[in-house]
Design a protein around this ligand. Structure first.
Ligand code: MG
Length: 482
């Protein structure tokens, strides 16, 4: 049976462009699909929707990301599953809501849990088809040895086990609250105690690892996950970008991230791999607004990291695969990181895990035939452990009563020290994101049918993943690794 399923999947893979024609009656991507692509996934940290030129940034230049957008496809309604580091990464790498796999929120250096060995990561999925797999950057799915990337499908890893602000030298760290941060290579300590001088070099070093990996594996199919720990605070930049943006340290840091993207693109070009590599760029959550001039911008969207407003979980996303994704195009359909797992599995003909995942194959949204629609009935946004705070379906987003946080009216943070959020009571409210992307007008009173439908959708996920706000226990959640 599995063999037949596999054959059907592979047939579907090879006939993808034809399927698009059949579904829409419109033009297929420019070239037929040749062989399964290499994949480079770039996932930055706390970069806002408005922190890329192609998404509206004007304070600093991002020429390489803008080039990627011209040569590829921009996704303007792209979401992470939770607006905080660990949970967002858990969803990206497993295709599951973080709550399904017991990884909501952010893990600390002393957290005893991490990603379970019974989950399947993107790297393990790629290994099924013989891909070389590598990672450089911030992991944040558990720092005990059994949780590290090399135990979860990555052949190589160079980077940090968790966030670089969980660090004794961070201005906000209370004495004794954090151990030194190790820089890891594989599952060994490369350097035991990260210094400020080391932090300045990380974006460069992670990019160099990506380039080296691409050079080394140019003859095999490969998957590389580049996860810079920038522009998450504390901000550091190498000499080559100090004071270069004219927009302060945050702008300099974004310029260095853009440079790192350029290094990857150049390595692909030099090795003649551009046409056979899908490059994906996005960020793990929106800007950490309490850091003021050390935070980015959510562009036109409300609030930022740590909230379920669009500024928290809507991210700039660009994908490029010449001949397969239409160049210089925009996809305005909603999409979430959980969908990358099944979509990439389909592209390379890999089996999906036997356990439940939440993402769906969204290849038509990447390939771009007009009329392609998102196959999900809804996306669910949880925060604060297992609080279901919002549901999105089509253009509608329904909030449930909860307390968020805001910097509005507060003294802003400055130069690495944060301001203080104040609690923001959020009432049950319905927004139409097509006409009101800034989430300003509650239309629940005028839209009783949409309200009812989203409430019903929320009930289906409450029965499955639970909801602390309504005291519903989960039935379909799996434990994290302990
Ligand atoms: Mg983050």
């Amino acid at each position: 049976m599995r063999l037949i399923t596999n054959l059907l999947r592979q047939t579907a893979l090879l006939s993808t462009p034809l399927l698009c024609i059949a579904q829409t009656g419109l033009a297929a991507p420019e070239k037929p699909q040749a062989s399964p692509p290499n994949v480079v996934l770039i996932f930055t940290d706390d970069q806002g929707y408005g922190d890329v030129g192609a998404f509206g940034a004007t304070a600093f230049p991002t020429p390489n990301l803008d080039r990627l957008a011209r040569e590829g496809r921009r996704f303007t309604d792209f979401h992470v599953a939770q607006a905080v580091c660990s949970a967002s990464r858990a969803a990206l790498l497993t295709g599951c809501y973080p709550n399904r796999i017991g990884l909501p929120g952010a893990l600390g250096p002393n957290s005893k849990n991490g990603i379970s060995s019974s989950e399947t990561t993107l790297a393990q999925m790629f290994k099924q088809k013989g891909y070389a797999t590598g990672m450089a950057g911030k992991w944040h799915l558990g720092s005990k040895p059994q949780f590290l990337p090399t135990r979860h499908g990555f052949d190589e890893f160079f980077g940090l086990p968790y966030s670089s602000d969980m660090w004794p030298l961070h201005p906000e760290a209370k004495p004794g609250s954090y151990p030194p941060i190790p820089l890891l290579e594989g599952d060994r300590v490369f350097k035991p105690d990260l210094t400020p001088a080391d932090q300045e070099q990380l974006t460069t070093q992670f990019a160099q690892r990506a380039v080296k990996f691409i050079d080394k594996n140019k003859g095999n199919p490969f998957f590389f996950y580049l996860a810079p720990n920038a522009p998450h605070v504390p901000l550091y930049v190498s000499e080559k970008f100090k004071d270069k943006s004219g927009a302060g340290l945050y702008g300099d840091v974004i310029m260095e991230i853009d440079w790192a993207v350029g290094e990857v693109l150049e390595a692909l070009k030099r090795n003649n791999l551009e046409d056979n590599t899908l490059v994906i760029f996005t960020s793990d959550n929106g800007p950490w607004l309490s850091y003021g001039n050390h935070a980015g911008s959510a562009g036109p969207f409300r609030e930022g990291k740590g909230t379920n407003f669009e500024g928290g979980h809507r991210e700039p996303c660009i994908m490029r695969w010449p001949g397969h994704l239409p160049a210089n195009s925009i996809c305005k359909e909603p999409l979430m990181t959980i969908d990358l797992f099944p979509t990439l599995a389909r592209l390379i003909g890999a089996e999906l895990p036997t356990h439940k995942i939440d993402g769906l194959d969204v290849w038509p949204l990447l390939a771009g035939p007009p009329g392609a629609r998102n196959p999900h009935e809804a996306y669910y946004f949880y925060y604060n452990q297992n609080d279901l705070q919002a549901v999105r379906s089509g253009d509608w987003k329904l909030f449930f009563t909860h307390t968020a946080r805001t910097m509005n009216g507060q003294e802003p943070g400055r130069d690495g020290r944060p301001g203080k959020y104040r609690p923001l009571p959020v009432a049950a409210s319905l927004y139409n994101l097509a006409t009101d992307p800034g989430e300003t007008q509650d239309v629940s009173a005028q839209q009783p049918e949409a309200l009812k439908r989203l409430e019903e959708l929320a009930e289906t996920i409450r029965a499955d993943l639970g909801d602390d706000l309504t005291n519903r226990p989960p039935t379909g959640a799996r434990p994290p690794g302990m």
